[in-house]
Design a protein around this ligand. Structure first.
Ligand SMILES: [Zn+2]
Length: 335
């Protein structure tokens, strides 16, 4: 499964520009589903037919990034975030654009004092992307206003842990793909959505859940961590302790019936798990839940450090256990 994770995380597809990642996912999953559809907004919806209840798995395929707003006379590029990108996380990082152009991020400062002040308060107003161009004319041969960009890093295997950009939420995509690959049969009618534009407002999940109108939804996404030096104590999530079953985040209280089902399935199959109470953020699950007359919805989360940076870290065992948990859940007959 590491090869799959490498392929997914090394593909560059920020929100609104999901064409590339959709192609990669489709190629992987095609042999394992009965039918698939790309909807009008670009969601990839796959279907493994069954006679029972409609169960929807969702993982978002976009990643955070930025978009070009302005290129100056000397060829330096100004940007605006796409999704929750902290400008401090971009400084001096290697970045790429849709065109394939690469560059790094610099910061302004005409005096030492000003530079020190800017370091303390890094904003999208005082950083710029340097693609090595000497003029606007040269820069515009590679990058244009309105073009999307983002991190560019390769997957690194760090013992049991994996580090890459866009673990959020390509690791969720990998888990859903692997689950469908391993699911030889199910008493349920199983749909999976690889959703667009989660990072800018849960857009893809909103329209796809409406169209499918499932009996139950499970989103698969990353969650935060509390297990680093002086990490957030109140967020007791530990890498390697198992996939997290969401209780609550800022956007939803997971449906109790789904939480109970996931916990029971984990315990019956001796799959390690941890309960997740996330102090911030939300997932596609929030939108699935409030679709039409209401869809009981839960979330299986992969604990992930340094979310929305170029070096997000997950524990491989949590990933494997998330696949197990979903597979055993889908094998159950839903009432
Ligand atoms: Zn995210």
């Amino acid at each position: 499964m590491k090869e799959l994770i490498k392929k997914l995380t090394e593909t560059f597809s920020p929100s609104g520009r999901e064409e590339k990642i959709r192609e990669v996912i489709l190629e992987e999953i095609k042999p394992y589903v009965d039918e698939y559809e790309v909807d009008k907004l670009g969601n990839l919806i796959v279907h493994k037919k069954g006679n029972g209840k409609k169960i929807l798995l969702d993982a978002h395929m976009d990643e955070v990034g930025f978009v070009v707003t302005y290129i100056d006379d000397k060829g330096f590029i100004r940007i605006e975030p796409v999704g929750g990108v902290n400008p401090a996380n971009l400084l001096y990082k290697r970045v790429q654009f849709e065109s394939g152009a690469v560059g790094t991020v610099g910061i302004e400062g005409e005096t030492v004092k000003q530079l020190q002040e800017n370091y303390k308060n890094i904003t999208f107003d005082n950083i710029y992307v340097d693609i090595g161009a000497k003029s606007r004319e040269e820069a515009e041969k590679r990058v244009k206003r309105g073009m999307f960009g983002g991190y560019t890093t390769n997957l690194e295997v760090l013992g049991d842990r994996l580090m890459a950009k866009s673990m959020d939420d390509r690791i969720g995509c990998a888990v859903v793909i692997q689950t469908l690959k391993e699911l030889d049969s199910s008493p349920n009618d199983v749909y999976a959505v690889f959703a667009i534009q989660e990072e800018v407002g849960l857009i893809g999940a909103t329209v796809s859940a409406f169209g499918i109108e499932p009996d139950m939804g499970i989103a698969v996404d990353v969650t935060g961590w509390g297990d680093t030096p002086k990490g957030m104590k109140r967020l007791a999530i530990t890498l390697g302790d198992g996939p997290a079953i969401k209780v609550k985040d800022r956007y939803m209280i997971a449906s109790k019936s789904v939480v109970d089902l996931l916990v029971k399935t984990a315990e019956e199959n001796e799959i390690p798990y941890q309960m997740e109470v996330l102090l911030y953020g939300g997932t596609d699950g929030a939108m699935i839940q409030k679709t039409k007359k209401g869809i009981p919805t839960g979330v299986v989360s992969i604990p992930c450090r340094y979310v929305h940076t170029q070096s997000e870290i997950v524990d491989y065992n949590d990933v494997l256990n998330a696949v197990k948990l979903l597979k055993f859940t889908l094998k159950k007959e839903m009432k």
